[in-house]
Design a binder for this molecule. Structure first.
Ligand code: KIV
Ligand code: ZN
Length: 514
């Protein structure tokens, strides 16, 4: 059976989603988890974006040695050179060169003729081949392009040495049968098509990214580009977990297999949420909270009698243990360590001590602690953002009648203790005003949500917020048994993320002409 190569672009296309920005440490964490998951290729970023991006890709390339590490470049010499600068320490480097092929993109974005696009693609591929034998080529908007031109372009790309040929459905326009037909036609009519691996990259604007990816497999594609939780530009990219579990569950029909350890899927999904604060909807396939829950009596009855009546996948196959272990005050250090290992965490001694202290603190406030609490606690303690401002004290008074008032004490990066108080429309508003006065970063609060991690009233509350500062979105998360404290932590986390965002980041839009 043929193997389909899974190309993860969470750290590049996924990162283009608002609020999904990842710094160097975030990318390292995500990269290690993707390696544990067994992703074949990790696209770690777009090197020409900034020096910070080159450094982040280089760090991933230095530490993550099993998968191929890929860096994106437009068809200009500087981009290809920057991609190589980011990759030269990689065990298995790939340069991914892209341009556009639709007349719409050529006329309005690139302002180039078809011949100029073809020539620049060939020149960039040849330059990239000078650095590494593994070169991928993508023409954006392939699905709205003249197929005859696509055939010429792909033929020239293979002749220039591209070893992977990607067909991007950049705007999510394709329909599965049509897309399968396109892949078949390209495989038949592009000269020497067999010399390259055929890949697809599908966006989800019509909700068809996964369906199109699977149709492309039927048409002959053997690399699928995906993002964790389906994150990505606009409506996102094909979801990694959906594509992989579809191949896993329906290899009888698709006739291909994958090389991933599916039991790492849940952990990978949660790590992405922990890093970015972007969660998944409850009914999301595979990784949504309801994906394996049976509510109706008829369904419950069926599943109790025979799981297969209503379950096409075993939840354990995606890493859901199914049994939630309860920890409490009497749990010892060794038991807690063993439990973390059983849950799949590998933590350093320093991280373990932080997690243990937080756990002891939590069992003092909450009678039973289960896996969901432990996951939240680990995410909270291991948050990779450099916490420049640290919340030391918070006090709130509110009620009816009364004026909601908050005072905060925050430790600044220079060690100074900043004390501020404010009144607001409610306790959270008062806290945010006091923190804003202390930190001094004006911003616009775009989203605030609070959810309970477990069921009962003593449960931990998890607050996720999004703020906009100078046109960029930052997310923050905070967890506490007190939701006002969780709100303050989430807000400070977002502000710290803003501060950690490299000042020299000079964003180059993927749509900008080179
Ligand atoms: O959507 C797209 O076309 C892309 C390319 C750079 C592959 O992300
Ligand atoms: Zn894309």
């Amino acid at each position: 059976m043929d193997k389909v190569v899974i190309f993860d672009t969470t750290m590049r296309d996924g990162e283009q989603a608002p609020g999904a920005t990842m710094n160097r440490e975030d990318k390292l964490k995500m990269g290690h988890q993707l390696e544990r998951l067994g992703a074949d290729i990790i696209e770690a970023g777009f090197a020409a974006n900034s020096d910070a991006e080159v450094e982040a890709i280089a760090a991933v390339a230095a530490e993550i040695r099993t998968p191929v590490i890929c860096s994106l470049a437009r068809t200009v010499a500087r981009d290809v050179d920057e991609a190589w600068r980011s990759l030269k320490g990689a065990a298995r480097p790939r340069i991914h060169v892209f341009t556009s092929s639709s007349d719409l993109h050529l006329a309005h974005m690139l302002r180039k003729s078809r011949q100029e696009v073809l020539d620049s693609a060939v020149a960039a591929i040849i330059r990239a081949k000078g650095y590494t034998p593994d070169v991928e080529f993508s023409p954006q908007d392939a699905t709205r392009s003249d197929v005859e031109f696509l055939i010429d372009l792909y033929t020239a790309a293979i002749e220039a040495g591209a070893t992977t040929i990607n067909v991007p459905d950049t705007v999510g326009y394709a329909i599965p049968e049509e897309f399968e037909g396109l892949i078949r036609r390209l495989l038949t009519q592009v000269k020497d098509s067999g010399k390259a691996v055929w890949s697809v990259h599908c966006h989800n604007d019509l909700g068809l990214a996964v369906a199109n990816s699977l149709a492309a497999i039927r048409g002959g594609a053997r690399q699928i580009e995906v993002c964790v939780n389906g994150i990505g530009e606009r409506a996102g990219n094909a979801a990694l977990e959906e594509v992989v579990m579809a191949i896993h569950t329906r290899k009888d029909f698709l006739g291909v297999e994958h090389g991933l350890d599916t039991t790492q899927i849940t952990r990978t999904s949660r790590l992405f949420t922990d890093i970015t604060g972007i969660g998944v909807q409850v009914n999301k396939a595979i990784v949504g909270a309801n994906a394996f829950r049976h509510e109706s009596g008829v369904h419950q009855d069926g599943v109790i009698k025979e799981r297969l009546t209503y379950e096409i996948m075993d939840p354990r196959d995606i890493g859901l243990s199914g049994n939630i272990l309860h920890l409490g005050k009497t749990s010892g250090r060794a038991g807690f360590r063993a439990h973390l290992t059983q849950m799949g965490y590998s933590v350093t001694e320093e991280e373990f001590t932080k997690a243990w202290n937080a756990f002891r603190d939590l069992v003092g406030k909450k009678k039973y602690v289960d896996d969901r609490d432990v996951e939240a606690l680990i995410a909270e303690e291991m948050r990779s953002v450099d916490e420049q401002y640290v919340l030391e004290q918070i006090q709130v008074s509110c009620g009816e009648p009364g004026i909601p008032t908050a005072s905060v004490k925050i430790k600044a990066p220079d060690g100074a203790e900043l004390v501020e108080a404010a009144v607001g429309d409610g306790p959270v508003d008062a806290v945010y005003k006091a923190i804003t006065a202390a930190v001094g970063i004006e911003n616009h609060l775009e989203e605030f949500s609070v959810k309970s991690i477990t069921e009962n009233t003593e449960a931990q509350g998890e607050v996720t917020i999004r703020i906009k500062v100078e046109g960029r979105t930052y997310t923050g998360r905070g967890v506490s048994t007190d939701i006002i404290v969780a709100s303050a932590k989430a807000y400070l986390n977002a502000l710290n993320r803003k501060l950690a965002d490299q000042a020299d980041r000079q964003v180059v839009s993927l749509s900008a002409p080179p």
